[in-house]
Write a protein that binds this ligand. Structure first.
Ligand SMILES: N[C@@H](CCC(=O)N[C@@H](CS)C(=O)NCC(=O)O)C(=O)O
Length: 231
């Protein structure tokens, strides 16, 4: 069996963090076996492979120790397959800058959507919506800087930040549809809007961004297992 089929990915379809790993596997044309996990009833394999966070994605690479955490996984894949569609820039300072923005997206921007779901009352939700809008404007500045007039954060083709932010597009669209929140629009974030349309039709992304129904099921599961805070 070749090196490429030795990779397994433990995930759940609606998870943007899992989709992130799938994007990179697709970009690099790496074959893998996908194992769907039910987060409402976690498997022994998941609990044993990620005892610290008990979350997906988890990459299982041959007989090596399991690797959790999406950013760590995609960087690992970039290191073991450096010749096929590298995603991180080669310059150390550019790499550090990419990681800074990835950390902003994961630790500050995207958690606001979960905060919005959990926050009770119209007034509280309006405060969070405002923070999301401000966050998207920062990301507009970031894409202008990184793309430097080209199509993607990564320049002429998809790079690290395209993958990191791109995996959330299904969810931002979901929120726009169900929560009446326009995250990306023509006036405030024109470059991000253009980028969104481009990413949306990119071959590597097309089959991994989950549909509205999958996201709605996941959202309803969250509402049951992690209900919004009491008012
Ligand atoms: N920082 C993690 C986040 C992963 C994460 O939040 N995964 C969710 C699915 S979207 C999960 O497994 N949740 C299970 C739980 O919270 O118990 C990463 O980047 O991989």
């Amino acid at each position: 069996m070749g090196k490429r089929s030795e990779i397994k990915l433990l995930g759940t379809d609606a998870s943007p963090y899992v989709n992130r790993v799938q994007f990179v596997l697709n970009l690099k044309s790496i074959e893998y076996e996908y194992i769907e996990e039910n987060l409402a009833c976690k498997s022994e394999l998941l609990l044993k492979s990620n005892p610290v966070y008990k979350k997906v994605p988890i990459l299982l690479h041959a007989n090596k120790p399991p690797l959790p955490e999406s950013l760590i996984i995609i960087e690992y894949l970039d290191e073991i397959y450096p010749d096929i569609h590298p995603i991180l820039p080669s310059n150390p300072l550019d790499r550090a800058d990419n990681r800074f923005w990835a950390s902003y997206i994961d630790n500050k921007f995207f958690p606001l959507f979960e905060e919005l779901r959990q926050t009770p009352g119209k007034e509280g939700k309006e405060v969070i919506k405002k923070q999301i809008i401000e966050g998207s404007e920062l990301l507009e500045e970031a894409i202008v800087k990184f793309s430097n007039g080209k199509a993607y954060f990564g320049g002429d083709d998809v790079g690290y930040l395209d993958v990191v932010l791109g995996c959330f597009l299904g969810w931002t669209k979901f929120f726009e549809k169900h929560i009446e929140l326009k995250v990306i629009d023509e006036l405030r974030t024109p470059k991000l809007l253009e980028w969104t349309n481009r990413i949306w039709s990119h071959e590597a992304f097309k089959n991994t961004i989950p549909g509205n129904e999958t996201l709605l099921d996941f959202y309803m599961m969250l509402q049951i297992h992690k209900p919004p805070r009491a008012a």
